[in-house]
Design a protein. Structure first.
Lengths: 340, 329
């Protein structure tokens, strides 16, 4: 049974923002798939089915204070950290002013300096060890900032996943490790990825709590993350959260999941769409009226159209970018080292 | 003035930088107290600067690298030690995919100003995995500096500069130089070696020899001996293996027109081939002899049995002979 939104302890105003952001993310995701299908962009990785879990996660952190190392389905959480649809679209179009990649990175490699969302590679779980370094920095600074790092369930087979959790346990680091578990590593189902009953059980092996969380339930997710964040802020160390979500779309725009998921399974996933559940909740709990939701949909459509046009009109990177920012500029006076 | 060896120079560099840079941390396998590293490079530092700044890590090379990178992106400096250059390989993804690309892919939003230290080189009975020169795995990665000091002064000055450098630096230390070379260093002198420059260690007019690591010592020794028979050698310490200091390399090649390149690593696919290409492109018509490379055989480095190990390693007499032959060409 999905818990009531009000049980999260968030205010009505906050819940309105959360829901609007989730809906914006869904509509933007649909737009980005369209843009890829019509040849305007090259690539998109959908996060549909993971939005509610990501929103519950993001709301437990303090954007601008806490560091965030996202993975490629994290558009909803990234937007809740303070990134606009236009910025995300600029990255999709490969525009220089896109905050994540400046026209250099593929789309969906979410990063933005102003919200301390750190640039990532595509070798999965690679961000896990980096997150521990940032978390170690908080200890050196005597800061209570927390580091959030996410990845998919397939990535948990990587050695770097293990190495990062092991050290985080040893050094009691203020980090929240998240597995957004949608049950698939591209086409490979979870039973071919790992034999454990739950990936949360791995936490015990590293001396940190491992928690299974229903990522289709906003309140349950938010409260679980709130506890993990509080634990990290207090100096009690890391938590591993196995966040159960759905992957509603293909792995990426280059994939066709109908090859490896049955019609029945896909119908089941569609029926379980957590956005439907949450929409019903916001209506039932009086957070939005139906008329307000209708207006919100209209407004989002308009906003995303404008954002798409603006992003498309933004300039591509100058060719000089090819050879700039490879090394730091050398200090002219000393000739010795680059400026930090 | 105090006479110190290459290893003490490295220890002094870490000590001085830990003292002047509050954000600096030093870590790796057995790096913390009480051991201070398997070669003792970090000896005494944890006692002096505390276990939070100088510490042991699990046997976890990708984590060691990632830990450094994360510290770097969040405004700290880090010196991560890999116990042997052979053991960097599990961390290759972190070093190349994350550290080397961080600045470029984010156009300067994020960077990883960290140092990865690694003892390399054979002749210590270490077999395949305690003897290799792994620099060729990492050179040619834009965004990643690869350097190696071959003098005591540079062991100190180059490590200090690497720590202050805003780029990720892979810092190779030849383990047979640790105690075999010594120099008088003024402990109060602030030594900062340019991070991206080769240096001419000896002036000469007959032949030019470029090298780094232990083989550079053989070159200097042979140059001294050959000078007695009237052969004057220009000796270049390559020092920055990536990016290469093209200006110094080309000028030194043009000066004598006869070039010998020497390193301990395999001959094919390494740093020497790139230096040779630079000279071919920019100084071919100034050459009086084919560019000659003297290096290890193209066999995996390096066998354990003493005779095989020695057969793999470039020997001082081979260096001298190659120099003599080039002079006579």
């Amino acid at each position: 049974m999905t818990r009531k939104l009000q049980e999260s302890g968030l205010t009505k105003a906050q819940l309105r923002v959360v829901y609007a952001q989730i809906l914006r993310s869904r509509r933007l995701d649909e737009r980005m798939l369209q843009l890829q299908r019509t040849g305007k962009t090259s690539f998109h990785t959908s996060g549909q089915g993971q939005e509610i879990g990501q929103a519950g996660m993001a709301m437990a952190f303090e954007p601008g204070k806490d560091y965030y190392l996202p993975y490629y389905r994290d558009m909803t959480a990234f937007m809740l950290f303070g990134i606009t649809a236009k910025e995300i679209l600029m990255d999709s179009f490969g525009r220089y002013d896109g905050p994540s990649g400046h026209g250099l990175q593929m789309p969906n490699h979410y990063a933005a300096k102003r919200v301390k969302a750190v640039s990532q590679s595509s070798t999965v779980a690679s961000q896990y060890p980096v997150a521990t370094g940032i978390a170690y920095g908080a200890k050196l600074e005597n800061s209570d900032r927390v580091t959030l790092v996410t990845t998919g369930d397939g990535s948990t087979g990587e050695g770097e996943f293990h190495e990062a959790l092991n050290f985080a346990g040893v050094a009691k680091l203020p980090v929240v490790f998240v597995i957004e578990n949608n049950g698939y590593a591209i086409s490979t189902p979870h039973n071919e990825e790992y034999a454990a009953k739950s990936l949360a059980l791995r936490g015990q092996g590293y001396g940190i709590p491992g928690v299974d969380v229903d990522g289709l339930d906003f309140t349950a997710t938010y409260l679980a993350f709130k506890e993990a964040v509080a634990r990290a802020r207090k100096g009690d160390g890391a938590t591993l959260i196995n966040l159960h979500v759905l992957r509603m779309q293909d792995h990426t725009s280059d994939d066709n999941q109908r090859i490896y998921r049955s019609k029945a399974e896909l119908a089941e996933v569609k029926a379980a769409d957590p956005l439907k559940t949450m929409t019903q909740q916001v209506l039932d709990e009086g957070i939005y009226t139906q008329a307000e939701l209708d207006d919100l949909e209209k407004q989002l459509k308009k906003d995303i159209n404008v954002a798409t046009d603006q992003a498309e009109a933004a300039p591509l990177p100058d060719l000089s970018v090819l050879s700039q920012n490879i090394f730091a500029p050398v200090d002219k006076e000393s000739g010795i080292y680059g400026n930090n | 003035m105090a006479t110190i060896d290459y290893l003490q120079a490295l220890n002094q560099a870490l000590d001085e930088e830990l003292a002047q840079d509050d954000t600096l941390t030093v870590f790796g396998e057995d790096v913390g107290a009480p051991k201070g590293g398997v070669f003792n490079v970090t000896q005494g530092l944890a006692e002096k600067y505390g276990d939070l700044r100088v510490f042991n890590t699990p046997l976890s090379e990708a984590e060691i690298a990632g830990l450094a990178i994360g510290l770097g992106v969040s405004g700290h400096h880090a010196v991560a030690e890999f116990q042997f250059a052979d053991y960097i390989l599990p961390a290759t993804n972190q070093i190349i995919s994350e550290a080397a690309r961080m600045r470029y892919r984010s156009q300067g939003d994020w960077s990883a100003p960290v140092v990865f230290r690694a003892p390399y080189g054979g002749g210590v009975g270490g077999g395949f995995y305690h003897s290799q020169s792994t620099e060729k795995v990492f050179v040619g990665q834009p965004g990643l500096r690869v350097v190696t000091p071959s003098t005591v002064r540079d062991a100190k000055g180059l490590l200090k500069s690497a720590i202050r450098c805003a780029d990720p630096v892979l810092f190779f230390e030849h383990k047979r130089l640790y105690h075999s070379i010594k120099a008088d260093i003024d402990p109060d002198e602030e030594i900062l070696t340019p991070i991206d420059k080769a240096q001419v260690l000896r002036q000469g007019t007959d032949i030019t020899v470029m090298s780094y690591g232990i083989t550079l010592q053989y070159v200097l020794q042979a140059a001294e001996e050959l000078a007695k028979s009237g052969i004057q050698t220009e000796v270049v310490d390559i020092r920055s293996l990536y990016p290469l200091d093209e200006a110094t390399i080309v000028a030194a090649a043009k000066k004598t027109g006869k070039v010998l390149l020497v390193n301990e690593d395999n001959k094919e696919g390494g740093v020497l081939g790139e230096i040779s290409a630079i000279i071919s492109e920019q100084a071919l018509f100034d050459l009086d002899a084919p560019i000659k490379r003297l290096a290890g055989p193209d066999s995996p480095a390096m066998p354990y049995a003493k005779n095989l190990e020695q057969a793999f390693l470039v020997q001082p007499d081979q260096v001298k002979q190659a120099m003599q032959e080039l002079a006579e060409f």
